[in-house]
Each structure stands twice: as structure tokens, then as C-alpha cells.
Design a binder for this molecule. Structure first.
Ligand code: DAH
Length: 375
């Protein structure tokens, strides 16, 4: 076949019958097939498309112009038919190749952009909540469900809030139980000029927030106070110079000892389990009257008597009582109109009882072998 048979008419190529026409078209079709075979990229494909079906100078246009139009009448039909077939073939083959090239390009792009999800990522070791935090959250959950709100207050406190306003005057023996860390200075603004003014101290309990809360708001008051407290103690299995408390305070127009007892019993059952019984034992705190220690049946022996409860069947849980009217005097509440109760929970102690932990220091040593047991 000549280099470019489409440039010449049939007569010029010596084709005079239908068989010659078929042969000629077969040649052209083979040539197209060979060229198509060689084209792999989108741009090569576009070139090929223009060369074959481009309107102005494509091979099919040339065939129309050079073969079909000038062909003798007896061959027109054969040429027209063969041209139509060739056209359909070329278009279909071009479209098929275009789809194949596109698919291959998509595949390549996918392969290039693929994220290997089987690669292991950065492993971040997950910690767990500290047992003390778990106790805080559990206690807060219980009191929130009773309509209490949670407040926090300053760890650096004035003697006024830590002692005086809680009915613990300067030389009261109750101050002896609470070996106190005093700051070298400065004097608290609020303490200056107040009776017994002295430098700031680290609060020895969360009770000062009772006074701070009542100063700010009128009854009804239902709060729990969460936080750290400090005392000058030598660290051992049952002592530390820092520990955690949750204080509770409820004041309203007709709160009775029954409300107090009911709340305490509900809390203990929720926290330690439904089988645990409580008992109230007379005690003394300057800011409550009457004051009690709340005991629970021993969680370890169920009340039968064991080493932990020293064979008594009971363990001491926390101190509490009805708010002493003297405290209302410091916050301008009318003691004839209002009454309430308060309690002070040791978070370390309650955690120890719940999980049978025998050494207070474990909480603060950050030993993962200990902490992991609470994950
Ligand atoms: N503040 C007391 C302490 O740290 C605990 C306490 C006892 C708090 C009785 C109270 C309470 O609110 O009513 O030892």
C-alpha cells in the first residue's frame, strides 16, 4: 500500500471494481489498527483521532473527498457502504482505546495516592483515670443527682475562713488537730483588720467554702466542694501532708435531722453498695451541732468483724452534723429561719475502703503497676 492512498482517487490507484474497493478499505483499516496499537498516552490518542476523524483533514474526510465523491456511479454504493463501516469501526475503536487509556491513568493515580492503611500508626499509650479522680467523679455524680452543685475554692486561705467563721476562734483546741502550714506572708486582704488576722495559710479542710458560699448567696444552698487540703503531717500509710476532701452543705427553710440522715444513708448505699448499713455516732466539730461520725458496716467482712474493722464490724467514714447556728451568724443567715447540715468526706479514705488499698502513699507515687489496676 502506498504511503497515503487517501490523497488519490480510486481511478488514480487503478481501482475499478467492488473487490478492489474492499481491498483498499481493508488496507486502510489495517493501517488504522497498526497506528492505534502504537498509541498509549492521551496526547498520542488525540493526535490519532485528529489524523483519522478530524473534520478538515482527517483520513475519513479525505476518503470522502478523494474516493467517494469522484467515484464512478457503479462503485459509489460499494464505496459509500465501506466508508460507513470504516467510520463506525474507527469511532468505536477510538472510543474503546480512550476508555482504556483513561482507566489506566485512573489506576496509576490511585496507586500513586494510595494510603497504606495496614501500616501501623503512632501508638499513643492510653492512661486511665486516677483512683482518686474516679472517687471524686462518683461522689459528684451521686450528689449532682440529688440536686447539688459542685464548687471549688482557694487552696490558700485566710485564717478567717479556715477557722474563725467556722466557729473556731484563735485559741480553740480544735486548731491543734489541724497542724497548719502558714505562709510567710503577705497578709490576706480580707483578713487584715478582722479578729485574729494572721498570714495566709494552706487550707486544712474544704469547710471554708461553706462560709464563702453562704456569704455570696441566700438559701436554698446545696453544694459540694471538691479540693485539696494540707496539714503538717509526716507521711506514712495513713497520713500525708496533702489530701483531698469533698465538703457538703445543704441549707434551707426546713431541713431537719431526718433529711440529713436520709441523705447520708443514700450516699453511703450509692457509694459502697446497697447492703452496707450506716450508723451515726456522736462526735464534735465546732461548726456543727449536733455533730456525728458516720460509720458503715465493714465492707470487707460485711459486719462480722475482721482485721480492717478491728473486729468491730464497723468502719468510720466521715464527719458531719447539723450546721451550728453560730456559723449562720458569720454569714448573716437568720438561724431561726434556716437550718441545714454539712459533711466532710476524705476522698483518700473512701477510695481506700472501696478498693481495699492499704497504703495512702500509693496514691501519690505514680507507680503504674498500682494505677493500672484501676484502669
Ligand atoms: N472539716 C472537717 C475536717 O476536715 C470535716 C468535717 C466534719 C466537715 C464535719 C464538715 C462537717 O462539714 O460537718 O476534719
Amino acid at each position: 500500500m502506498e504511503i497515503n492512498p487517501t490523497a488519490k482517487t480510486l481511478a488514480e490507484q487503478g481501482v475499478t471494481d467492488a473487490a478492489g474497493v474492499v481491498r483498499l478499505f481493508d488496507d486502510v483499516k489495517r493501517q488504522f489498527g497498526a497506528e492505534l496499537e502504537a498509541k498509549q498516552s492521551v496526547s498520542q490518542w488525540e493526535e490519532l483521532r485528529n489524523a483519522w476523524i478530524g473534520r478538515k483533514s482527517g483520513a475519513l474526510t479525505r476518503i470522502t473527498e478523494n474516493w467517494l465523491k469522484p467515484s464512478p456511479p457503479e462503485l459509489k454504493r460499494a464505496v459509500g457502504q465501506a466508508l460507513n463501516e470504516l467510520k463506525a469501526h474507527v469511532e468505536a475503536a477510538l472510543e474503546e482505546r480512550r476508555a482504556a487509556i483513561q482507566a489506566a491513568a485512573d489506576q496509576a493515580a490511585l496507586a500513586r495516592e494510595r494510603e497504606d492503611l495496614s501500616l501501623s500508626g503512632v501508638v499513643r499509650p492510653l492512661g486511665s483515670r486516677h483512683p482518686l479522680r474516679q472517687t471524686f467523679e462518683e461522689i459528684e455524680r451521686i450528689f449532682l443527682s440529688l440536686g447539688y452543685s459542685v464548687v471549688a475554692g482557694p487552696e490558700m486561705e485566710t485564717p478567717y475562713y479556715n477557722f474563725e467563721a467556722l466557729n473556731i476562734p484563735e485559741h480553740h483546741p480544735a486548731r491543734d488537730n489541724m497542724d497548719t502550714f502558714y505562709m510567710a506572708g503577705p497578709f490576706a486582704e480580707g483578713a487584715q483588720g478582722k479578729p485574729g488576722a494572721s498570714p495566709l495559710l494552706l487550707r486544712t479542710h474544704t469547710s471554708p467554702m461553706q462560709v464563702r458560699t453562704m456569704e455570696k448567696q441566700q438559701p436554698p444552698v446545696r453544694i459540694i466542694v471538691r479540693g485539696k487540703v494540707y496539714r503538717r503531717d509526716n507521711p506514712d500509710a495513713t497520713h500525708g501532708f496533702i489530701f483531698h476532701q469533698i465538703e457538703g452543705l445543704a441549707v434551707d427553710t426546713d431541713i431537719t435531722f431526718c433529711d440529713f440522715k436520709g441523705t447520708v444513708e443514700y450516699f453511703v448505699r450509692e457509694f459502697l453498695g446497697p447492703k452496707v448499713k450506716t450508723r451515726l455516732r456522736p462526735s464534735y466539730f465546732p461548726f456543727t451541732e449536733p455533730s456525728v461520725e458516720v460509720d458503715a458496716t465493714c465492707v470487707f467482712c460485711g459486719g462480722k468483724g475482721c482485721n480492717v474493722c478491728k473486729q468491730s464490724g464497723w468502719i468510720e467514714l466521715f464527719g458531719a452534723g447539723m450546721v451550728d447556728p453560730a456559723v449562720y451568724g458569720f454569714v448573716n443567715y437568720d438561724p431561726k429561719k434556716y437550718s441545714g447540715f454539712a459533711f466532710g468526706l476524705g476522698v483518700e479514705r473512701l477510695t481506700q475502703l472501696k478498693y481495699n488499698i492499704n497504703d495512702l502513699q500509693l496514691y501519690f507515687q505514680n507507680d503504674v503497676r498500682f494505677l493500672r489496676q484501676f484502669a
